[in-house]
Write a protein that binds this ligand. Sequence first.
Ligand code: FAD
Length: 310
Amino acid sequence: MASAIASAEAFGASYDVAPMSEALELGEGLEGDPALAFRRTLGMFATGVTVLTTRVGEQVHGMTANAFMSVSLQPPLVLISIDRRAKMGALLHEGTRFGVSVLEAKQTGLSDRFAGRVADELPEATFEVIHETPLVEGALAHLVARVVRSYWGGDHSLFLGQVEFARYGDGRPLLFHGGRYERLIEDPRVFSQLPRELLEPILALGEERDYDDGEAVMRIGETGCDLMLVVEGSVHVERPGFSSTIGPGELIGEIEVLDPGGGRIADIHAVGPVRAIAVSREALLGALEADPRAAVALIEVLAARFRETT
Ligand code: FAD
């Protein structure tokens, strides 16, 4: 206990009691280096990726961090966790401001740059200064916070920041999971990517359905796996992070028809009277058997989608 407290005191953070270190028990099948197993366990928690920034005189310093969390709405507080060997930790103390730039899906190069990774042609960062704090341009969201407390966090230091500025834009976040970058796939279009001559024979097997204004066409979570083509009128599509009205010629239910156990992924309502063609999963599978070219084209669409995430 005494040595743990001594190291925390050496760090000089505001903390109450530093915990005693205890042996870490690993679950069955996790032999080997316990530190590595612990790290890999933590890596199962998917996060976004941020670049933390601060300014010392005219000098801007940035570092990549995924240990960022929201803490409180009132007052607005966030927390970051910084390795005690990192230069950033030495630059932050109570009263200093730091910026948080939440990276967008394509900004892996900037993440590598600010993590000190060496690679050919990493992009240059440009900064915008708000509240005297540099923020990475092109990021999905920005926050500026002032450090109000710092805490001992073992080999990391925790900085609690009161948020002074916040904004976000449109786009998809860069994700980090299992030690590698990932991206969200929000695009539910699969059949819409098929060439017309392969799609039309499938739609020809459908049956007509009519909906009145405001009537539910699909509800999130409910079972139902047919694919639908909107023929007349418009429907409003609402799913987490997405809201849009689509019209004639557009397909809905493209994922569910391939994954019947998963339930509907969107709430869809008719806007005015709607006429649609619904193709059941059975009819669809029959059409794919009858013309394997369509099945191959679908596999290619899905493979391209997989490539986008790696
Ligand atoms: P340095 O290592 O000196 O700088 C980091 C890099 O940023 C260097 O390459 C430097 O050249 C570049 N850089 C700095 N300022 C500028 C500038 N103004 N313009 C251009 N380039 C600049 N570590 C943690 O402590 N906590 C975390 O939560 C965390 N999460 C991570 C998440 C991911 C996805 C990754 C890849 C790494 C993470 N790291 C984390 C590791 C951390 O990013 C690195 O250890 C980083 O090198 C620490 O930075 P530093 O402050 O020591 O500064």
